[in-house]
Design a protein around this ligand. Sequence first.
Ligand code: FAD
Ligand code: SIN
Length: 535
Amino acid sequence: MSDNTFSYDVIIIGSGAAGLGLALSLPSHIQIAILSKLNMSEGSTYYAQGGISAVLDDADSLESHKIDTIKAGAGLCHDDIVDLVVSNGKASIDWLMANNVEFSTRKNVRSDNELHLTKEGGHSYRRVVHANDSTGKAVQVALNEQVLNRDNIKIFEHHNVIDLVTRKDEKTGKKRVTGCYVLDTKKDAVFSMKSPCVTLATGGASKVYLYTSNPDVSTGDGIAMAWRAGCRVANMEFMQFHPTCLFHPEAKSFLISEAVRGEGGLLLLPDGTRFMPNFDKRAELAPRDIVARAIDHEMKRLGIPSVFLDISHRTAKFTKSHFPMLYKRCLDFGFDMTKEPLPVVPAAHYTCGGVITDRNGLTDINGLYAIGETAFTGLHGANRMASNSILECLVFAKQASIDITQYLKTAKPPSQIRAWDNSKVINSDEAIVVSHNWAELRQFMWDYVGIVRTTKRLQRAKHRITLLKQEIDDYYMNFHVTSDFLELRNLVTTAELIIDSALLRKESRGLHYTLDFPNLDDKHFKKDTVLDPSR
Ligand code: FAD
Ligand code: SIN
């Protein structure tokens, strides 16, 4: 394939709720390319279970949703962004339904159908709209169908974006994006794509940890690419661990939705004792940082491999109808959740930090946007409240679509961009380097940069990162790139950003807990951790 064959008005990297939300919100005269590392559905969006938060109950209020979000965020949420997102909850649900997403309903007192709302940690009211326990699948499948029907949208599945291409504007001295380099993983060929506008909608980075609820694509690519291109990132120390993933050798940290606790599920020790009331008055429905840390504490204190989540006190009919997918998957692993407690452990789940953007999703580089889990908008602060994420994807997709439409009215299409040069590299006979380093990275991130940290452990991790970076640079200069290698390179960059941010925050707040500084220090640290690649 020759270089610069492809030219689009907008390139969207990622086909989850953020990427598809943006593509469908842009006007139909704009020519769009959507790139996706595997098939279109393979991202966190598809696996979302609990739902999407929106104020719909008469007893609830926007004010209450805002207060809950800010409380979970432990003092670091940006009020204006919380306001923007929360006040667009209902509009986002309406938009999804207009795009054929079907949510669970119930009959109200007038016998009309209305949306069924469930509850999750940190929420004061029932405000989580859901499609049973497979909300993400309902969203992804419906949006896929819409996108596939649009003539102005071209989908590139199995295409791994390697890096962004930028150019310095001679007049302003500011950078603007002009395209990206892409590895077609089926053909094993690299080509370039040009566009005045690129959006990173690449999801999170939880694969940096050994145990994660995330699918394999969550390797922090957008964050690493933006960093290499010169964008600032913020709050990378706040990696969220979901408290309840199934503990089973073959379950690959399969998530057991927080909605199970929202509907009455209790956390128990092996002897059947309930322990969450000892840690927080909200007990099982405290925000995730508190629940995950309590579980970690009990597991270490008692030397046990898991704790237990029990919803067997509810009727089997209730559990099977509210959690049909979970019920079936747990049965596949040999557990009947209607009759017995499930063994659960925490696992890495969500990246609260990311590429810094303004309220329109615009990054530090002209024409480059970041939306969804890859972005740092200021919504989540030091800990994301459950079910605020897909909502954030949709609100910022809409915001970005308006800004991009304006931008394209005056943006100059880029001229030719430099071709990918692979003349000096050969095929690797050292694939073992990549697989070994993947395993090593994820293990030491779990051991040293997990739920409970210390400065010494963080420094150990940093030292190992330095060694890995040298090997990766060496590999990059000498061998053809592969998807595994590209993901490792991005994970190492992301891991370094997490460690550097964690070392800078000499206090404990939200998801960042260190034994060396166990208290909150509002005087010095009630602020975002901003890393700047130009410094
Ligand atoms: P994703 O949906 O992760 O999509 C990322 C896309 O980027 C993929 O298409 C991927 O292929 C592509 N991509 C990545 N790198 C590249 C590259 N280099 N080149 C090309 N393409 C690339 N949130 C909620 O609000 N409610 C929930 O109930 C909920 N439940 C969850 C349950 C699970 C098991 C998980 C893992 C997450 C859950 N979350 C939930 C979080 C939420 O699902 C995600 O934060 C959100 O879906 C992220 O959407 P996204 O569009 O930003 O990224
Ligand atoms: C869950 O269903 O527990 C996940 C919800 C979320 O991560 O927002």
